[in-house]
Design a protein around this ligand. Structure first.
Ligand code: TA6
Length: 320
């Protein structure tokens, strides 16, 4: 697999092997935070704070995943799979599209983002282009560049740039399928989605309006909140930790917890693991993104994990 012209010790990241012998990139911040990105799917598989605490959920049933990887390649359950060019299974492609099941390359020649996008961040640029087989099932010439960065404060950011490489116009849906690690789902609430409309995947995507209170969890939830604000907060009461989710170019937020019954149907997910995870996906689902030839779309996600009391007074600041 071509790894471009970069040296393995480029500042800010190093390449190691994962449990499967696949390439993964480790990004470290000077204060000890770290991110692990697998070239399989361009998937962030770990995000640790400077105390080494894991902030993303990954299923303990890794052995099922390893077996699965020798069958039709499947994304590991957890971290942040990239859902592209389709979110969900209401299109012609595999569930959540093929990008998360392809091998990405490190892109040494990524055009630099504007300077303040990188202020002191350690980052790696990954690239995905369609294979011949991909073009058979999705006949559109694209280049997908993903920049994964870790700030001095340990904030994780993902910037996706999808470009229509002068083919015909095409449309796609997208999500950063983010599995947050939480202490106990019954102690978690989301602020910032109150009063929004949502499409309920448990009711054939019927449209409802969210009540005026923060969202809490007592059963399976699988919703696409549409037209959401650029900043939302996920408060983990037991851990006294708040995840701040900042996004640009991604109007929707997918919220998913499988709860007990659905958990038991997923071979690569522990029956009780629904208690320790919550998917909060910055996404573009309700309205597909359309690119004319030569056009480029950018979708930004920035995740921070901050100590919190009960208030979420972090909802004021957009992406840096
Ligand atoms: O809304 C999130 C969702 O589409 C759920 O319906 C559930 O299928 C989840 O994604 C997990 O998808 P995956 O393909 O990762 O098992």
């Amino acid at each position: 697999m071509s790894m471009g012209h970069y040296s393995e010790q480029r500042p800010g990241f190093e390449v190691t092997k994962d449990w499967n012998g696949g390439d993964q990139v480790v990004i470290r911040s000077p204060r000890g935070a770290s991110v692990l990105v697998s070239l399989h799917g361009g998937q962030v598989v770990s995000w640790r704070n400077e105390r080494g605490e894991e902030l993303l959920f990954t299923s303990s049933k890794l052995w099922v995943y390893i077996q699965a990887i020798f069958k039709p390649p499947k994304a590991m359950r957890g971290g942040i799979p990239i859902c592209f060019p389709q979110f969900g299974n209401c299109g012609t492609l595999e569930q959540h599209g093929f990008a998360r099941n392809r091998i990405w390359t490190v892109d040494d020649e990524a055009p630099p983002l504007n300077h303040n996008d990188n202020n002191g961040k350690a980052s790696v640029d990954l690239l995905l282009k369609p294979s011949e087989d991909d073009l058979k099932c999705w006949p559109h010439c694209f280049e997908f560049r993903l920049r994964v960065s870790l700030s001095m404060d340990g904030d994780l950011s993902l910037v996706s740039r999808v470009r229509n490489v002068n083919g015909k116009p095409f449309s796609f849906s997208f999500a950063y399928h983010t599995y947050l690690s939480v202490s106990d789902i019954s102690e978690v609430r989301i602020e910032g989605l109150e009063t929004l409309d949502y499409l309920d995947n448990l009711s054939q995507r019927e449209r409802f309006t969210e009540q005026g209170d923060a969202i809490t969890f007592e059963s399976e939830v699988d919703r696409v909140y549409v037209g959401s604000p650029s900043v939302i907060a996920v408060l983990d009461h037991e851990k006294k930790r708040t995840f701040i989710v900042r996004k640009e170019g991604l109007p929707d937020v997918v919220v998913w917890n499988p709860w007990d019954k659905k958990s038991k149907t997923m071979a690569d997910f522990g029956d009780e693991e629904y208690k320790q995870m919550l998917c909060v996906d910055a996404a573009a689902v309700e309205r597909a993104i359309t690119l004319k030839p030569g056009e480029e779309w950018t979708g930004k996600l920035e995740l921070s994990a901050v100590a919190s009391t009960n208030c979420s007074d972090h909802l004021d600041y957009p992406c840096s």
